[in-house]
Design a protein around this ligand. Structure first.
Ligand code: ADP
Length: 439
């Protein structure tokens, strides 16, 4: 037992003993015992009063100078209080530093609560989005940034990549907004000014589009002369080989330029694709027939039409996307392999998949396949007449229809390239009533 407690018990025992001794000389003894005990109790109550008064008026009073157990209690309280003060000061200092550093960040930071209400924002976020302190604190962010894409993004809970918007009050500006969820329902909204990057990107796209356009005419002239030369009966036979090669290269350049122009057109189109009805089963039957008519192709090319529905979209873009996927499957599947095109529709939307048993793609290349000019084996692609732009075109065309391209592949075993379209793009099947004469 601690010394203070031994001392306290000894003190109580001493007082009671004193009561008994006085009682022996001046009876009755029980009366003196009660008197001794009451004195002890009064002393304890006085100490309790002193401690309670000090706790109540702690900022004005010094700790009471009492000994024994009460003195220990007071010392404990003082120690706890000092420790709490120390932590409080440290936390306040940390918080000040945190606020200073986030305020100095070149990007905007907004802390959002569970209802997407603004809890705090730094100066940069205020400047970029025109937020004002303190009036905008506590307001919902979707009431302040009234851009439909942002409202959709905020409620989609899919925050893996930032959303780029043009703020309504500064239309010449581009902002990248990214939500980073943390804790219980809270999130950070990061705001970055990407106007310069977007301008550079636009310049790059313009340059590619203009250069492709300008190259087209001279190339057509060169290809025309090459055709004339190739048809010339009096041509020196020594020139036949070189002219054949030049025609093949001119054709290749033509197809690269055509792909570049198509990609530029798809990239330039900001808004979603239009909504013309497309009879997908008919389109796929035609693509299937054309594929079977090719001389260089895998042994088996099959079509599985599991749905009669079509799509709402831009027919040329959908045809170009599907043709590119089918072309690739045919190009990268050996003669004894198989290619299957499948069209399915369910509650999640529609899916066009091309499944082949070809050379496949090593896993590390899959995420980069849709980059422009990205080729797993550049030599092989070139020898097959590939421009390296096909999948970039497919990705853009599908995205413009609200869909996504998914790639699964195992090297040496085959690949599946699938375009998913959302339900709102699915067009109900057209039921053609059979006429009596047919029946
Ligand atoms: P390319 O004109 O070179 O075919 P794409 O953009 O269409 O360009 O494809 C990019 C690369 O992806 C190709 O070079 C090829 O390496 C790979 N690839 C595409 N489709 C397939 C497939 N079905 N099987 C194997 N590899 C493929």
């Amino acid at each position: 037992m601690k010394a203070v407690w031994t001392f306290a018990l000894a003190r109580l025992a001493g007082i009671l003993l004193l009561g008994v001794i006085v009682g022996l000389f001046v009876p009755p003894a029980w009366l003196w015992l009660i008197v001794a005990f009451s004195l002890y109790l009064a002393w304890q109550l006085r100490n309790l009063y002193l401690v309670e008064r000090w706790l109540r008026l702690r900022s004005q009073l010094d700790p009471p100078a009492i000994g024994g157990v009460w003195g220990d209690v007071v010392a404990h309280i003082v120690r706890l209080h000092r420790r709490k003060q120390f932590h409080k000061r440290r936390l306040a200092q940390l918080f000040r530093e945190l606020r200073r550093s986030t305020a100095a960040l070149p990007d905007g930071v907004i802390i959002l609560g569970g209802q997407s209400e603004i809890v705090w924002f730094n100066r940069r976020a205020g400047n970029l989005l025109g937020l004002m302190r303190p009036v905008d604190i506590g307001l919902r962010i979707d009431n302040l940034i009234r851009v439909p894409e942002f409202i959709h993004y905020l409620h989609s809970a899919e925050f893996s990549s930032p959303l780029i918007i043009r703020p309504p009050m500064q239309a010449e500006m581009y902002l990248a907004l990214q939500v980073v969820p943390y804790g219980a329902g809270q999130s950070l909204l990061l705001v970055r000014d990407v106007t310069r990057q977007m301008q550079l990107e636009a310049m790059r796209k313009d340059f590619v589009a203009n250069a492709s356009h300008e190259l087209r005419t001279p190339l057509t002239v060169i290809a025309g002369y090459l055709d004339t030369l190739a048809d010339d009966a009096g041509l020196d036979p020594a020139w036949e080989g070189p002219i054949r090669d030049m025609r093949a290269q001119a054709l290749r350049m033509n197809s690269i330029i055509a792909d570049l122009l198509e990609l530029s057109r798809l990239e330039a189109a900001d808004e979603e694709a239009g909504r013309e009805p497309i009879d997908v089963p008919r389109l796929l039957e035609r693509l299937h027939r054309d594929a079977l008519a090719r001389t260089l192709r895998p042994r088996e090319i099959a079509l599985a039409l599991d749905a009669a529905e079509g799509l709402y979209g831009v027919p040329q873009e959908i045809e170009s996307a599907f043709t590119n996927l089918l072309d690739n499957a045919i190009k990268y599947t050996p003669a004894d392999g198989r290619v299957l095109m499948r069209w399915t529709v369910d509650a999640d939307g529609a899916q066009f998949a091309v499944i082949d048993s070809g050379i496949g793609v090593p896993r590390e290349h899959i995420p980069r396949l849709t980059e422009r000019f990205y080729r797993v084996d550049a030599g092989r692609s070139r020898s097959q007449g590939g421009s390296g732009l096909g999948l970039a075109i497919v990705k853009h065309a599908v995205q413009r229809h609200g869909g996504r391209l998914e790639v699964q592949s195992v090297e040496g075993r085959g690949s599946t390239f699938a375009c998913h379209f959302p339900p709102e793009r699915v067009r109900a099947a057209v039921v053609v009533a059979k006429s009596r004469a047919d029946g």
